[in-house]
Design a protein around this ligand. Structure first.
Ligand code: ADP
Ligand code: MG
Ligand code: MG
Length: 495
């Protein structure tokens, strides 16, 4: 298939020169990351990896992804408020003996649920139950998510927008994505493509995310309270976060950065469960941490519970984090589930469902047995996903087959879901990474749309699509994002 850069790609000398300009442009624009060696110092920094050329994205699919984002915001919010749904999906497992396309199957005797076999989800779920039992002190809710898609060309059909997943906690790269288009614009001009450069879309998720945080802060209603970014011990991606932080300072909202450890040592609640950390009242807790088991030790779990019990606006609250699990994603694809969660939103349901790829439950039962057998026979058609985030956890091909063989008769299989493998059309690009030789790679891209919403009590006061992120990786890597060192930042060039 002809791409927009076919002619450009034939001139390797020009590309080499453009790559030098590109790296300097990235540094100047602030597309930065700390180094692996020194993730907590900014003395020596490097550029975040990125593509030399913007990647072609079908305009219709790009617009479709934007158009469905507010629906996904509604959906995530609805799930987070539906105690019964979360419980049924994650804790009770299937409770019916009837069989319904891989959904709600399982014999009563063999019931197994995700939280019975996945300790991490179980701990999150326990906090969720604890805070509900005590009664929520929080009345303002802020969601920042990123719905990720690939363009499926499987079976030679026209490309279709298919959701990979939705990230409801610590969705990253909105900051750096706000600065990447300028770099690609420069590259295209250097390569003699000024008109194409002018067509690159403006994109400012940093601003959109900050708007949501600012709104939540305002509704919390305590002008001296701060926004707390909850950050990891190793803070390689600090510049991405600083982009959002700076937007808040520009609105005269104070931001502090703290780790779970700091909350454990210096955090407390007052009589009305206002959160104080080191003597400062916290209006909004923005998690850029807390999404993988390795983020937690016993003290960090205690700190998490303290935060969740507080009146502060958590972005996300624990229910919203659970709404982003792979198991919930699979359950959403079951017939009737979306309709129940979004009554009176038939059009939204249609738009959402149109983005779903095939998703299959591995719950104990006949349907699970069947799909497990199909995947063992044709592993190349599927992706096997555990309840994990951050890239590098999924299983493909021969490895998928071996793992499924091993767990097919064990309740452990309930901790995974199966998904149809999306097959995007590869395109040639150059991936620019510090200290890597420049070479052409066959690449595929993943488009993310940021969603932001704020709810006060039962009223949604803000619901927006807040910008996009395009990430591109060489086809030989099945899995993994930018932070995992596999994908790189990119800019969509609409075709
Ligand atoms: P994580 O939460 O770890 O990011 P994802 O579901 O996004 O989990 O999977 C990680 C990566 O694996 C994705 O960025 C994508 O490259 C690849 N991937 C996930 N699901 C599929 C799929 N159905 N088809 C093809 N690739 C997939
Ligand atoms: Mg994820
Ligand atoms: Mg992902």
């Amino acid at each position: 298939m002809a791409g927009p850069w076919d002619a450009v790609l034939r001139d390797e000398a020009a590309l080499r020169q453009a790559a030098v300009v590109a790296v300097d442009a990235a540094l100047l624009e602030g597309v930065l990351m700390r180094t692996d060696a020194e993730p907590n110092a900014s003395e020596v920094v490097s550029y975040a990896p990125f593509t030399l050329l913007p990647s072609a994205v079908p305009r219709a699919l790009f617009e479709q992804a934007y158009a469905v984002q507010r629906d996904f915001n509604l959906l995530v919010d609805a799930i987070s408020r539906d105690k019964e749904f979360l419980e049924r999906t994650l804790a009770r497992g299937s409770d019916s003996t009837t069989s319904l396309g891989g959904c709600a199957t399982a014999s009563l005797l063999l019931q197994r649920s995700t939280i019975k076999v996945d300790d991490f989800t179980a701990r999150l779920f326990k906090i969720h139950q604890q805070v509900l039992e005590e009664g929520l002190a929080q009345s303002v809710f802020l969601g920042i998510n990123r719905s990720d898609y690939m363009f499926d060309c499987g079976a030679g059909s026209l490309p279709a927008l298919k959701q990979i997943e939705i990230n409801t906690i610590a969705a990253s790269f909105g900051g750096l994505a706000s600065r990447t288009a300028a770099v690609h614009g420069r590259v295209l001009r250097v390569l003699g493509k000024p008109e194409e450069a002018a067509r690159l879309l403006p994109n400012d998720p940093a601003r959109g995310l900050a708007m949501g945080i600012a709104k939540a802060w305002e509704l919390y209603g305590s002008p001296s309270a701060v926004v707390m970014f909850l950050v990891e011990e190793a803070q390689r991606n600090i510049f991405d976060q600083r982009c959002v932080e700076n937007e808040l300072w520009d609105r005269n909202i104070r931001v502090i950065r703290r780790r779970f450890r700091d909350v454990y040592e210096q955090g407390s609640l007052d009589g009305s469960r206002r959160l104080y950390v080191g003597g400062q009242e916290v209006a909004v807790v923005y998690y850029r941490e807390g999404y993988v088991p390795s983020n937690y030790n016993q003290q960090n779990w205690e700190a998490r519970l303290l935060l969740e019990r507080s009146r502060a606006v958590k972005c996300p609250d624990i229910a919203t984090q659970l709404a982003g699990t792979k198991k919930v994603q699979q359950e959403l694809s079951c017939p009737g589930t979306l309709e129940k969660l979004l009554p009176g939103h038939a059009e939204a349901v249609k738009r959402i469902r149109a983005t779903f790829a095939g998703l299959y439950s591995l719950d104990v039962g006949e349907e699970g047995d069947q799909i497990a057998a199909t995947a063992i026979a044709s592993p190349e058609r599927f992706v096997l996903k555990p309840q994990r985030e951050g890239g590098g956890n999924n299983l493909y091909g021969e490895e998928l087959r071996q793992v499924l063989e091993r767990i097919k008769d064990s309740p452990e299989r309930t901790s995974y879901i199966l998904m149809d493998k999306i097959e995007p059309q590869p395109a040639v690009n150059y991936l620019l990474r510090a200290r890597s030789p420049l070479k052409a790679s066959k690449c595929i891209s993943e488009l993310g749309i940021f969603g932001v919403y704020v709810r006060q009590g039962t009223e949604l006061v803000l619901n927006e699509a807040a910008g996009h992120l395009l990430r591109t990786k060489a086809v030989e890597h099945a899995d993994g994002g930018v932070a995992a060192g596999v994908a790189v930042l990119d800019t969509p060039y609409l075709v």
